[in-house]
Design a protein around this ligand. Structure first.
Ligand code: GLN
Length: 549
């Protein structure tokens, strides 16, 4: 008999930002650990067809999938927790769903019917969910519905979930991630907002099977009983999820409440005993996060400061996680400090402060703001032999800095910043020219996984320990081939390039000139995983630790 795919919908109650993404990832992980094949889907209720056109301060990092889809940062959490490569079908937005329905209507695929919001939109959503499950031959599909219960935007997705439950009553489970506040003056944890959230969900025809109770501390039995009574679920389905210092503890905490047993029971799936070996590996990894004895100090230079510091960690989430994994394997706790590139422009004496750090990263970015500050910081790192790692824009900046200060091309620049430069060392890719002329910005960069070949005797080759690599990209500009010869004569090394040799993928200085001065045109951070840190990040962290010594 064909086995039936199971679906777990994760929805949020009370407030946003309480970790639906890591909850979904953790649910996936504990089920994977029971021998089940899991995949995950993120539904974002906005109209944007993808996350690519959004400013990271609005929506956090844009996570790029292997197939080039520009998605929400939660997709990165799923890939990292579940060690999976997801694809376009695993990501959905209102815009994407409507666009598909409208295109079908134009192609007469509804065969003359009146196409209506209900049921045609939810049916399209269901079709996509089922397809994602089928594509990855999943036993369980975890579907996270973005937003919070009670808002208008995600209603049609809830409707899809309700319809799925109706047609597969035994195969669909609902998990609500809620928040229980403890008002300071009252001093008691309150369940009422959660009760209301569950009632609102009930109004959509959905009864949650589990309640993940986010709070600053562990829930006591009294609270669990109250939720059980008023929210209509057995008390053992109320799962306490207290604040944690490290998100990687969450799956471990869930298992303290035997959540995978309970989920397997209710889904009625045949599962194995917990994979002790895999679990031990995860536990060991999670333990590192609490190891504070030895540190490595990294300066991250960025520009998305205007909405307050808290947003920065969202804008560069994958970079931060990649640094963590590589630091942990070196038995170090990374201490990251955000520096605003614009500050180096106004106040060059600030550059000296860079000496305090063991290494510097300039991550991806767009536009001209902060560029001159970045270039000053890179010059300082190069001249003072501070390990430097440039990611995408950070590599392009590295080339510009070298061209200006070593090749003496004073106005060297990227076309993105100065279209009148005489020394356009970073120029728009041939394939991008038409696209930019037509202003067709959405989903049109060089996106997703591309192969690159590495040059012998370089830091890159040594780090990867293989000849050919595949990494994810998101850019429109590239190193201008006209300047490669001149740069190389002056000691710059292009240690990775596209297999046809046209596009420069990695740039570095030889080890005898600088301990680690390396940049990548791609985004290595998208492939860093908890149990398999990224080799370039590890090489960078090792260089940082050496500098410390
Ligand atoms: N703005 C640069 C480009 O488009 C770099 C992009 C990035 O850092 N992701 O090429």
């Amino acid at each position: 008999m064909k086995k039936q795919t199971k679906y777990i919908f994760v929805v949020g109650g009370v407030i946003s930002g309480v970790g639906k993404g890591v909850t979904s990832s953790s649910l996936g992980l504990i089920l994977k650990n029971r021998g089940l094949k899991v995949t995950a889907i993120k539904i974002d209720p906005y109209i944007n067809v993808d996350a690519g056109t959004m400013n990271p301060t609005e929506h956090g990092e844009v996570f790029v999938l292997k197939d080039g889809d520009e998605t929400d940062q939660d997709m990165g959490n799923y890939e990292r927790f579940l060690d999976l490569n997801l694809t376009r079908i695993n990501y959905m937005t209102t815009g994407r769903v409507y666009k598909a329905v409208i295109e079908k209507e134009r192609n007469l695929e509804y065969k003359g019917k009146c196409v209506e919001v209900v049921p045609h939109i939810p049916l399209e959503v269901i079709k996509r969910i089922e397809e994602a499950g089928k594509n990855s031959k999943a036993d369980v599909v975890v579907i996270e519905i973005g937003g919070t219960i009670g808002e208008y935007q995600n209603m049609l997705f809830l409707e899809a979930a309700r319809m799925m439950k109706l047609s597969h009553p035994k195969d669909v489970v609902f998990v609500m991630v809620s928040y229980l506040p403890t008002p300071q003056k009252v001093g008691e944890m309150k369940t009422k907002p959660t009760q209301h959230a569950v009632r609102t969900l009930n109004a959509s025809g959905i009864q949650p099977d589990f309640l993940i109770a986010r709070a600053d501390v562990v829930l006591d039995n009294k609270r669990k009983e109250k939720i059980s009574l008023f929210c209509n679920m057995p008390v053992d389905r109320v799962i306490s999820a207290p604040d944690v210092d490290s998100i990687y503890d969450i799956p471990l905490n869930f298992e303290k409440e035997k959540l995978s047993d309970k989920l397997c029971d209710i889904l009625n799936v045949s599962h194995k005993k917990s994979d002790a070996k895999a679990w031990k590996k995860w536990k060991n990894f999670a333990k590192y996060a609490h190891n504070g004895k030895h540190t490595v100090k990294i300066a991250m230079i960025g520009k998305y400061f205007e909405t307050g510091d808290f947003i920065l960690s969202d804008s560069y989430l994958s970079v931060i996680e990649a640094i963590k994994y590589s630091s942990y394997t070196q038995n170090r706790k990374p201490v990251m400090t955000w520096l605003n590139s614009v500050d180096f422009e106004k106040n060059p004496t600030k550059l000296k402060e860079l000496k305090k750090y063991d290494g510097i990263i300039i991550p991806g970015g767009f536009g001209s703001r902060g560029v001159e500050g970045n270039l000053k910081a890179i010059k300082f790192a190069r001249e003072n032999k501070i390990p430097y790692f440039g990611l995408c824009y950070g590599m392009q900046m590295m080339v510009i800095e070298y061209a200006r200060n070593v090749l003496g091309l004073k106005d060297a620049n990227t076309r993105e910043v100065n279209p009148n430069s005489k020394n356009m060392v970073i120029d728009v890719m041939e394939s991008q020219k038409e696209i930019l002329k037509n202003n067709s910005y959405g989903g049109s960069m060089r996106l997703g996984a591309y192969k690159a070949v590495l040059r012998e005797g370089t830091i890159a080759k040594e780090a990867y320990a293989k000849k050919e690599i595949e990494e994810r990209h998101r850019h429109r500009y590239e190193v201008n081939p006209a300047f490669i010869g001149e740069l190389e004569v002056k000691g710059f090394v292009f240690s990775g390039s596209s297999p046809d040799g046209h596009l420069m993928e990695i740039a570095e200085l030889p080890k005898n000139k600088h301990p680690f001065f390396l940049g990548t045109q791609f985004h290595p951070e998208f492939l860093a995983r908890p149990l398999s840190p990224h080799p370039l990040f590890t090489a960078f962290i090792k260089a940082c630790i050496n500098k410390k010594k």
